[in-house]
Design a protein around this ligand. Structure first.
Ligand SMILES: NC(=O)c1ccc[n+]([C@@H]2O[C@H](COP(=O)([O-])OP(=O)(O)OC[C@H]3O[C@@H](n4cnc5c(N)ncnc54)[C@H](OP(=O)(O)O)[C@@H]3O)[C@@H](O)[C@H]2O)c1
Length: 280
């Protein structure tokens, strides 16, 4: 873990996603005085203020003395927020959008300026410093600014750079992915219950198995197929279970899930785009 402080951050919209990010950064040791949270809901700000974060409801506060301004509101609030924010931004102040489906070009258009813009697809898992985040640069951004954002999100999990054209695929995989994994955990636990385990024991075993297997892939760098072969003995229990997964086409279903969610992200992006064109 990096010990130096990351860039200073102002967030507009400290709800589920923005609030999770702030709590994750605080738990990762980021100085609260380097963080500003602006939201119109006072109850959301109170626990952040209690931890020393600069808080308020005035949009301009998010820009004061901050390297980056994160836009954490819903896409439908983007035009109003960006239009009101624009006069308060310094020319080199970086806008980081976590809004799903809103392109960097559309954001620049709503700002009405050549502001540098980076788009990010995070997960609420950042609250536990266990998020998988993808970062995409827009026009007018420098490689240093993109690195600064990758570094920020690496404090709360892993963070990779992708081209903006791949963000819909990221949404289909890691954006929607936690919901797939929750379904898998629930189903594994149901299997345990069917085999006679108490419900809470089954859930704990299932969740820890998924968490541990994920760590094993990340920390060993081994291909999952290699790790699977290592725990599958000839004629044993695991191959009997795997054979049922193949019969149920589980791998095909997961591939299709990512593909379908990616297509849906593309459709939603097109709706947003045509709204933007209608508004201009
Ligand atoms: N939740 C996720 O898992 C997730 C994952 C990746 C990306 N995202 C993206 O993150 C963004 C936020 O989603 P969310 O689930 O965190 O939504 P949310 O919980 O509704 O949070 C947004 C917050 O922004 C506030 N807000 C709206 N307009 C504002 C303004 N003009 N000034 C100050 N605060 C304002 C909202 O207040 P009100 O409630 O009063 O409107 C709300 O507290 C979305 O664009 C979404 O696409 C979310």
């Amino acid at each position: 873990m990096t010990t130096a402080q990351p860039c200073s951050v102002g967030i507009v919209g400290a709800g589920n996603m923005g609030g999770s990010l702030l709590q994750g950064l605080l738990d990762a040791g980021v100085d609260p005085q380097r963080l500003t949270a602006v939201d119109q809901v006072a109850d959301i700000l109170a626990p952040l203020a209690a931890r020393g974060v600069v808080t308020g409801s005035d949009l301009s506060l998010a820009c004061e003395d901050r390297d980056v301004v994160i836009i954490g509101v819903k896409p439908q609030s983007a035009a109003g927020v960006l239009g009101a924010l624009a006069p308060h931004l310094k020319a080199d102040q970086l806008i980081v959008s976590i809004m799903a489906g809103v392109t960097t070009d559309h954001i620049a258009q709503m700002l009405g300026a050549d502001q540098p813009v980076v788009r990010v697809m995070p997960q609420t898992l950042v609250r536990l410093q266990a998020g998988a985040t993808a970062v995409a640069s827009g026009r007018h951004t420098t490689p240093q600014q993109v690195s600064m954002v990758v570094d920020l999100f690496s404090r709360v999990g892993s963070s990779v750079e992708v081209s903006e054209g791949l963000l819909d695929a990221v949404t289909g995989l890691s954006g929607s992915g936690p919901a797939y994994v929750y379904t898998i955990i629930e189903a594994l636990a149901d299997g345990g219950v069917k085999a006679g385990l108490p419900r809470d024991t089954a859930l704990q075993l299932a969740a820890q198995t998924v968490a541990g297997a994920g760590r094993m892939v990340l920390e060993t760098g081994e291909h999952p197929a290699t790790l699977r072969d290592q725990v599958t003995s000839p004629g044993g229990t695991t191959i009997a279970g795997l054979s049922e997964l193949e019969a149920g086409r589980v791998r095909h279903a997961l591939i299709r899930a990512v593909e379908a969610a990616t297509q849906r992200a593309q459709e939603l992006g097109r709706v947003d785009d045509s709204r933007a064109k209608g508004a201009s």
